[in-house]
Write a protein that binds this ligand. Structure first.
Ligand SMILES: [Zn+2]
Length: 301
């Protein structure tokens, strides 16, 4: 009898645990189990790529910002780790670009329900050319929408956030002013770059960039394309063939030496490529790129 009572007691306890577990799972369906660690007074922002992390920085004093594609890594062919997946899933605000970070699309669709700013979608651009962060005018709209989301997530800091958004928009406006003035009058408004990363910048400031590879640096150009570019550099008197830190400089250097053009680095700011770029941050790198473009395109101020 004693044994039976103990056995019955165990069975009831076992059933109670299962009922409890089932009720918890039913109440919080998959992916919506609340994360109680978030009540720490901090707002966790995750950006897939560096330039978007910079847009979100210094807006909310309670924010912590992390970037999925770290310094020295190239976002086009990045593979997220399990830890990255968790960060994207759990962020209180996620900012992704579209296209260049297509590896994040499935994670967002399958695992995310929180506030998400998808830059190309928000700006209503297709993903053909993802390099929109190089346009400081379009980025002002992105900073404003990041600020709007942060005000909703962290209303007690709304005034500070609004103030910081104005400051950041002013920085971007300053970059735009410098580019407009610097590239207003150039004798050779054409350059060649190793991959097609500067289309948004070129369209904004009225010059032309011919990419050796396509929108992604892994694309191999055909030999016909190289012959075409060689002819173009010679006939249009293009002075400079740019390459980037992350891409092989072999083709750019060959094209430059074939045509007596110079070769130089232009930073597509896809991530922080060097200690110098970490120090300069987005505005400093944009300024450095402007100086190189002015020389390459023979611009007068
Ligand atoms: Zn790119």
């Amino acid at each position: 009898m004693q044994k039976l009572r103990i056995a019955l007691g165990f069975s009831l306890a076992f059933i109670a645990v299962w009922i409890g577990a089932f009720a918890y799972i039913s109440f919080f369906p998959e992916n919506q189990i609340p994360d109680y660690t978030k009540d720490d007074g901090k707002v966790s922002i995750v950006a897939t790529i560096y330039p978007l992390a910079w847009m979100a920085s210094d807006l909310d004093p309670a924010a912590t910002i992390s970037t999925i594609v770290g310094p020295g890594l190239e976002p086009h062919d990045f593979s997220p780790t399990i830890d990255d997946v968790k960060k994207i899933q759990d962020a209180e605000l996620l900012i992704n670009n579209g296209g260049v970070d297509a590896w994040a699309d499935d994670i967002i669709n399958d695992h995310r329900s929180g506030p998400t700013i998808s830059v190309l979608t928000m700006l209503q651009y297709p993903e053909t050319d993802p390099h929109v962060w190089l346009d400081p005018v379009l980025m002002q709209r992105i900073v404003e929408s990041i600020g709007g989301q942060l005000e909703l997530i962290d209303p007690k800091n709304a005034d500070v956030i609004r103030d910081n958004v104005s400051k950041k928009v002013a920085v971007l406006q300053g970059i735009d002013d410098e580019y407009r003035a610097g590239l207003a009058s150039c004798s050779v408004p054409e350059v060649v770059s190793s991959h097609d990363a500067f289309g948004f910048l070129a369209k904004r400031y009225g010059f032309t960039v011919y990419g050796i590879a396509g929108f992604s640096p892994e694309n191999e150009p055909s030999s016909a394309k190289l012959v075409e570019l060689t002819d173009l550099i010679r006939s249009h008197h293009i002075t400079t063939v740019f390459f980037e830190e992350f891409t092989s400089d072999a083709l750019s250097k060959t094209l430059a030496s074939e045509t007596d053009a110079k070769s130089d680095v232009l930073d597509a700011i896809e991530s922080l490529a060097s200690e110098e770029s970490e120090r300069l941050e987005y505005p400093g790198i944009m300024e450095k790129n402007l100086a190189k473009l002015k020389t390459a395109m023979v611009c007068q101020e």
